[in-house]
Design a protein around this ligand. Structure first.
Ligand code: FDA
Length: 388
């Protein structure tokens, strides 16, 4: 049995639901298909269960893409304030955490419930547990599932990235792009913890759970936020942010004491100078075990002025050689994806295949940490939904 619609959307995540709402409000007959047993699973686990649903300071500079200008148009036409208006219409309490990041006071469930209520009001039909087997295009698109078929003149791919396969992530969106000859920018895990080599793990990983505010940098990019030591490497917002810009085999540098001298008090005359004095000084800034470890790993043989300066310098430029990342199992997002050169920046429609659209994370637009990835999902979903 085949059912006809004005558009079929593959993926009932953030972007797919927003696109469905916008198109449904304009009277289009919309079907959203998902292989999951419930929609919006990533929304539910986002932001530690509170969903960092947007960022008040969202700018094109907060996104990575082979074409940094591509996201501009969609972001300008559906802003954080537009999403906030929806949140306020549904009386969902929220707060700004830091740096413009907006979270629910209660639960991410409220954001999903809001999207589903809007879908219901717009007459959107959501089909769950749909195992998509084949997509074809003749006069219209035909999506074959195990049990039935869906026909529509427009097909929107909103199947997200490769991150967290156990939450339902698959490569379907990229496969459909390939099927239609649409180019893809190489995918890689982003917003992901780093792994450390065995010897660095021995030096650091027994401190798992300790954190400090640092500046983490590659040669090109730096982030001042928290670093967290894990059982296998480094994480925390500073590291997650940096990982999106990191290139395989590149060393990173950590400034453990941003913009302040950590040890220069030891240079004063008549001050005790030895490892214990250095540890006591660092303990004023760091958790004791971290302070002690920093000194133990870099203790000079003699505590001369030059050696103290050298140690100070090392604290501000502590090198790490990440041994890769935790990969898609732990990555918050997937960088790379459908090449933006293939899409209209205004509508997200393929330039080659009329009627075929790509939105959300499957596109080569990746936000920094802080609500930007959802803002891209809402904005790209709205861009497509408003033209269909
Ligand atoms: P999304 O992944 O949301 O949806 C894709 C949908 O397609 C899914 O429902 C999936 O089941 C379906 N699908 C996939 N393959 C299919 C197939 N073969 N057949 C049928 N259906 C298929 N961002 C942010 O801005 N703030 C935050 O707080 C967080 N927090 C966060 C925490 C964690 C743990 C993760 C993993 C990610 C985040 N993110 C985030 C990122 C954010 O969740 C992500 O960028 C958006 O959900 C992307 O929206 P999409 O709709 O593009 O994909």
């Amino acid at each position: 049995m085949k059912a006809s619609f004005d558009l079929v959307i593959l993926g009932a995540g953030a972007a797919g639901l927003m696109c469905a709402i916008e198109a449904g409000k304009r009277g289009r007959r919309v079907a959203v298909l998902d292989h999951g047993d419930r929609p919006g699973k990533k929304i539910l686990i986002s932001g530690g269960g509170r969903c960092n649903f947007t960022n008040l300071h969202c700018r094109p500079e907060n996104f990575l893409s082979a074409n940094p200008h591509f996201a501009r148009s969609a972001l300008a036409r559906f802003t954080p304030q537009d999403f906030l208006a929806l949140v306020e219409k549904h009386n969902i309490p929220y707060h700004e955490k830091t740096l413009g990041q907006l979270f629910c006071d209660g639960s991410a469930k409220e954001i999903l419930a809001m999207l589903l209520a809007e879908c219901a009001e717009a007459g959107v039909a959501i089909f769950l547990n749909q195992h998509i087997q084949r997509v074809e295009k003749e006069e219209v698109f035909l999506v074959n599932t195990k049990a039935s078929g869906f026909l529509a003149p427009a097909l929107v791919i909103a199947t997200g990235g490769l991150s967290i396969p156990k939450m339902g992530a698959t490569s379907l969106g990229y496969q459909i792009a390939e099927q239609f000859g649409i180019a893809i920018q190489e995918c890689r895990p982003a917003l992901v913890p780093f792994l450390l080599e065995q010897s660095d793990q021995q030096d650091w990983c027994d401190l798992a759970g300790l954190s400090a505010e640092v500046i983490a940098s590659t040669g090109r990019q730096q982030f001042r936020e928290k670093l967290l030591i894990t059982h296998r490497g480094l994480s925390g917002p500073a590291i997650l942010q940096l990982s999106s810009y990191w290139k395989e085999s590149e060393a990173i540098s950590v400034d453990w004491a941003p913009e302040k001298p950590a040890l220069t008090s030891l240079l004063a005359t008549n001050t005790r100078r030895d490892a214990n004095a250095a540890k006591a000084t660092l303990r004023e800034t760091f958790p004791a075990r971290l302070a002690d470890r920093l000194v133990d790993l870099a203790t000079p043989s003699r505590w001369t002025n030059a050696a103290i300066q050298q140690l100070e310098n090392r604290l501000h430029h502590w090198p790490f050689d990440p041994d890769g990342t935790e990969g898609y199992d732990k990555a918050e997002v997937t960088a790379g994806g459908v090449d933006t050169a293939e899409l209209s920046a205004k509508t997200m429609e393929s330039k080659r295949i009329p009627g075929l659209f790509f939105i959300g994370e499957v596109v080569d637009v990746t936000g920094q940490l802080g609500g930007f990835n959802f803002q891209w999902a809402w904005a790209s979903g709205a861009a497509a939904g408003r033209c269909l």
